[in-house]
Design a protein around this ligand. Structure first.
Ligand code: G3P
Ligand code: CA
Length: 275
């Protein structure tokens, strides 16, 4: 784990002047560096996002992780959905946090994508942990945690109950665009890797990266702001880079060239062409 690691030793600063020095020893697949293949909201290019259909397909496609978006119902159930309203991806309307779990569960989260997915329900966080842990990694995004007070504790409790908060369970990562939430998550679950999401270049300055390195293990930028220099600096600070959202082969190839550690994609076959 990288937390608190290099700030104190000063090693980070010397590495920052030679950011590519670590790349030679990284594992490879053929001539390419080994990269984690993360199915974004499941294999969401082929099945409705954040549903079991999309997650099962990610498993079939041999992705390394599924990425999930966690929010909360009005009556406190953790559920998986990307937008803070149900309007785009279900047959209902309204804010996720204003609807009871029963109301959310009765919605059809599949047919907007294709009639073969009619009736796919919104999954719960806990059922997805139970169904997939040990089969595929889970990259857990806390979506807009600022509107769900205490969601960090709830997520931590669900992981602890399942013994998923220990170092041997490496394939759980928690990430968010909300950095304060991730600092809190790191305090609650110090052994679980933490990621910070950004599409803002202001979050990629050396000062920002040094701050992230005090609590995060992953810096996860949108691919439009990824450079080799950024990847080298994040690596020099002992963290990894996971970038999103890949929806073309060109974007995947660009990120391979940049030397990122994980590619977050709607199409796992762009990252692992065996599928
Ligand atoms: O995992 C990265 C990505 O999910 C962040 O953006 O909007 O798709 O949740 P978004
Ligand atoms: Ca997400």
């Amino acid at each position: 784990m990288s937390k608190q690691l290099l700030l104190e030793t000063g090693v980070a600063l010397s590495l920052l002047f030679n950011p590519f020095s670590q790349l030679a020893e990284e594992p490879t697949v053929g001539t390419r560096k080994q990269v984690d293949n993360v199915a974004h909201r499941g294999a969401s290019g082929y099945a409705p996002e954040n549903t079991i259909a999309a997650f099962d397909l990610a498993v079939d496609m041999k992705a390394d992780y599924i990425e999930i978006d966690v929010q909360r119902s009005e009556d406190g159930e953790l559920v998986l959905i990307h937008d803070t309203t149900v309007d785009r991806t279900t047959d209902g309307t309204g804010h996720v946090g204003d609807l009871s779990f029963e109301e959310l569960r009765s919605l059809d989260a599949g047919s907007w994508f294709g009639e073969e997915f009619n009736g796919e329900p919104i999954p719960t966080f806990e059922e997805i942990l139970d169904r997939y842990h040990g089969k595929i990694g889970v990259l857990i995004e806390l979506k807009a945690p600022e509107i769900y007070p205490g969601i960090e504790e709830q997520v931590a409790e669900a992981l602890i109950e399942r013994n998923l908060d220990k170092p041997q369970n490496e394939k759980i990562i928690i990430q968010s665009f909300n950095f304060e939430s991730m600092k809190k998550m790191n305090e609650l679950l110090p052994r679980v890797p933490i990621g910070v999401l950004t599409s803002n270049r202001a979050d990629t300055t050396l000062k920002a990266l040094l701050e992230f390195s005090t609590y995060a293990d992953w810096v996860n930028p949108s691919y439009g702001i990824v450079t080799e220099e950024l990847v080298g600096q994040v690596h020099a600070l002992g963290m990894n880079v996971g970038s999103w959202t890949v929806r073309s082969q060109e974007a995947a190839d660009f990120l391979f060239e940049m030397g990122v550690d994980a590619i977050i994609t709607d199409y796992p076959d762009y990252v692992d062409p065996r599928n």
